[in-house]
Design a protein around this ligand. Structure first.
Ligand SMILES: Nc1ncnc2c1ncn2[C@@H]1O[C@H](COP(=O)(O)OP(=O)(O)OP(=O)(O)O)[C@@H](O)[C@H]1O
Length: 351
């Protein structure tokens, strides 16, 4: 659906070049919710703005629906902007216009519908975002969440294939954030709309995204299914972002050992479960079957886009009495298809 190929962007600041995007390649599939996360200045906004050419890449190609958008003329660019809607952090509403007029505005610009058709479309969108009662109000009379609902309705007015959300929930409180995320998910499912959202919050990624890309200093450092990236982060920056938001996958072994001090000696394992496996009484089954004892040192249980997951760091006890215990445990985990990592061997063995 969207293919970003070797895209770079360099800005000139006081005659000095600054690389905002450095050779980014990735694909966004039709109908998915794709998240882009990274620290401030990582290049998220620049990347998302290249997808509707609000920012033109310095080099590279961007293919949207089979078409190289970097080669479009101005008429082609106008058509592109209708296929790719955008929602902004600070809503960008027209203050002098009512809710209904704000939503009608892009339809008027499009110039393809009669007045009656525009009325019908505005009505449909008001219902979709739950603002039918506020149609005659002005933005100043609305809450932040309601303003963003207007922003979403406006972005959907011309029936785009793709919705870009630039920190769409960053200005909202946690409860309102949840309701806007639910609305985006509902729209994604009902309209089969591809959504690309950027955020600096892992919770937003976990709640709504199918796949995620992590940017750092203009580079793409990691990308994959959200569950994989959360449970098995490959890059130190990803682990740090997860740790900051107290998410699974964050455990850094050194700090864990330092926290636990001398009280743990056995091998440490991180066990990760998804879906069905997350609902089984695994630890008690293992202790009964293998006669071993596991001490849970850290754990997270939750949902990733509705899928149950769990991640536990456990210490295997009494390996000094039975050195075969670790191999037995690893075999049992493999048989059950439980993903695990041996974080380290017993401290005595390492010393
Ligand atoms: N129009 C511009 N002119 C000059 N430099 C820019 C421009 N836009 C972005 N940059 C620079 O490009 C880099 C990436 O910025 P960008 O806004 O894409 O990051 P971001 O990840 O979205 O950050 P934030 O989360 O703070 O919005 C930064 O160093 C920024 O200063």
């Amino acid at each position: 659906m969207i293919r970003i190929s070797k895209v770079s962007k360099t800005f000139q600041i006081n005659g000095e070049p600054r690389t905002a995007l450095d050779n980014i390649s990735l694909e966004i599939r039709a109908g998915e919710v794709f998240g882009i996360i990274g620290r401030s200045g990582a290049g998220k906004s620049t990347l998302v703005r290249t997808l509707n050419l609000l920012e033109r890449p310095s080099s590279g190609q961007i293919i949207v629906g089979g078409q190289d958008i970097t080669a479009l003329d101005s008429a082609g660019l106008q058509r592109l902007r209708r296929r790719v809607g955008m929602v902004f952090q600070h809503f960008n509403l027209l203050q002098a216009k009512t809710v209904a007029e704000n939503i009608r505005f892009p339809l008027k610009l499009g110039g393809e519908l009669s007045a009656a058709q525009m009325d019908a479309r505005v009505e449909e969108l008001l219902q979709l975002v739950g603002l039918a009662e506020q149609r005659h109000q002005h933005p100043a009379q609305l809450s932040g969440g309601q303003k963003q609902r207007v922003g979403i309705a406006r972005a959907l007015a011309n029936q785009p294939d793709v919705l870009l959300c630039d920190e769409a929930t960053s200005a909202l409180d946690p409860e309102t954030t949840q309701s806007i995320l639910r609305l985006l998910l509902d729209i994604n499912r009902r309209l089969q709309l591809t959504i690309v959202l950027i955020t600096h919050e892992m919770d937003v990624i976990r709640a709504v995204c199918d796949r995620v890309a992590i940017l750092e200093r203009g580079q793409l450092i990691e990308t994959g299914e959200v569950a994989d990236v959360f449970l098995f982060p490959q890059h130190a920056v990803t682990r740090a972002l997860l740790a900051e938001s107290h998410q699974a996958g964050a455990t850094d072994l050194q700090s864990l050992r330092a926290e636990l001090g001398a009280s743990t000696h056995g091998p440490l394992l991180r066990l990760s479960f998804l879906d069905e496996a997350a609902t089984q009484p695994l630890l008690s089954q293992l202790s009964l079957e293998l006669h071993l004892q596991l001490n849970v040192l850290q754990g997270t249980i939750g949902r990733i886009k509705g899928r149950p997951f769990g991640q536990l760091v456990v210490e295997l006890l009494h390996t000094e009495q039975d050195p075969t215990l670790l191999a037995k445990l690893q075999q049992a985990l493999r048989q059950r298809d439980i993903r695990f990592e041996l974080l380290d061997e017993p401290l005595e063995a390492a010393a």
